[in-house]
Design a protein around this ligand. Structure first.
Ligand SMILES: NC(=O)C1=CN([C@@H]2O[C@H](COP(=O)(O)OP(=O)(O)OC[C@H]3O[C@@H](n4cnc5c(N)ncnc54)[C@H](O)[C@@H]3O)[C@@H](O)[C@H]2O)C=CC1
Ligand SMILES: O=C(O)C(=O)Cc1ccc(O)cc1
Length: 309
């Protein structure tokens, strides 16, 4: 059994990620006490019904008062507001981290509020699904997935090691990265695919010559894969687009150029160009499968509370 690592963990935000962490912390006995706080009374009530924590409060400041680990799991656009509210209540020596999908913006929003007596270490688990809310979380979400930490210069090594061990205890492999590099990498591997999915599903929906029933009836697995991504939480993805604007626009402009190249090859019947590209991309998929990274959202049919062994 993994030893208890923290006395009190405060989870601010209890959606897919926060509630998966709550379930893991309980399952792996990583803390003596889990305190849960979120913005809406309804979500907090649901977290209590699910038995995700030991204490529940609408006040994020009250939630963090005794905590030696604080994990902020809210849409990235809300990070600054949460940091401002908890700042004055943080316990000396506490580790404050987040799980946000963008890092430069979260750091810019949170760091100015962080008192000198805490260790602020931003993080991002590369694990998720298209579902959201406290019912969506499950044990096993982070297993075999990467968690990227983007520590600031001068971060205390002991605090960093404690956070790394925490993520390893929930099954993740941990890497460290510069926040700017993180945002560029994630723009291409995560943010663009979602934006493309939102776009293609929107285009299909707009087509006047194809009715909605045709789209549903004949949707082949390729289109279905896009609809899964396009079902992701609108607030979360609006915030990611607004908060990783530069990197996303840079990748989108590269993407548009490459799409124009593909369009041109199709127009001029250049089969060789098409074949070469499709051969190159197939090799990438095969190396991802070989590396065991092909199950981004494992088994969606699973019930939220079913333990995964
Ligand atoms: N869903 C996914 O696949 C992944 C999400 N992330 C990141 O994790 C964070 C949380 O995402 P999810 O858990 O999926 O979202 P979610 O929508 O399931 O949950 C968000 C939670 O934050 C709460 N919240 C919103 N605004 C708040 C505020 N101002 N103060 C306090 N609580 C507030 C909501 O009530 C809810 O409990 C986001 O930053 C997202 O970018 C990271 C990896 C994967
Ligand atoms: O559902 C999927 O396929 C995902 O890609 C989940 C996801 C969404 C956002 C992240 O920052 C990390 C992972």
């Amino acid at each position: 059994m993994t030893p208890v690592q923290f006395d009190t963990v405060a989870l601010i935000g209890i959606g897919l990620i926060g509630s998966s962490l709550a379930r893991e912390i309980r399952h792996k006995h990583l803390a003596h006490r889990i305190v849960i706080s979120t913005r809406s009374a309804e979500t907090l009530k649901r977290a209590e019904e699910l038995g995700l924590g030991d204490m529940y409060t609408l006040s994020a400041a009250d939630a963090v008062r005794e905590a030696d680990l604080v994990i902020v799991s809210v849409p990235v656009g809300a990070s600054g507001a949460v940091a401002a509210v908890i700042a004055g209540a943080l316990k000396p020596g506490a580790i404050v981290t987040d799980v946000g999908s963008t890092k430069e913006s979260v750091i810019a929003q949170m760091q100015p509020h962080m008192p000198d007596h805490v260790h602020f270490i931003p993080g991002h688990p590369i694990a998720g699904t298209e579902y959201s809310g406290p019912d969506a979380g499950f044990i096993g979400l982070f297993r075999g997935r990467w968690c990227i930490l983007t520590p600031l210069a001068g971060t205390d090594d002991t605090a960093k090691t404690r956070l790394r061990l925490f993520w390893e205890a929930v099954g993740s492999n941990v890497d460290e990265m510069d926040p700017g590099h993180h945002d560029k990498v994630l723009a291409i591997v995560s943010h663009l695919p979602h934006i493309i999915a939102y776009n293609i599903v929107g285009t299909a929906d707009d087509l006047e010559t194809v009715t909605e029933s045709d789209v549903i009836k004949y949707s082949a697995s390729g289109f279905r894969d896009f609809t899964r991504l396009a079902a992701s939480d609108p607030t979360m993805w609006r915030d990611i687009c607004l908060h990783n604007k530069t990197a996303i626009l840079e990748m989108l402009s590269r993407f548009s150029e490459d799409l124009a190249y593909l369009q041109r090859a199709i127009r001029w019947g250049d089969g060789e160009k098409l074949f070469d590209l499709f051969t190159r991309t197939r090799a990438i998929r095969r190396s991802i499968v070989e590396a065991g990274q092909d199950t981004a959202a494992p088994d969606f049919g699973r019930h939220a509370n079913d333990p995964v062994e």
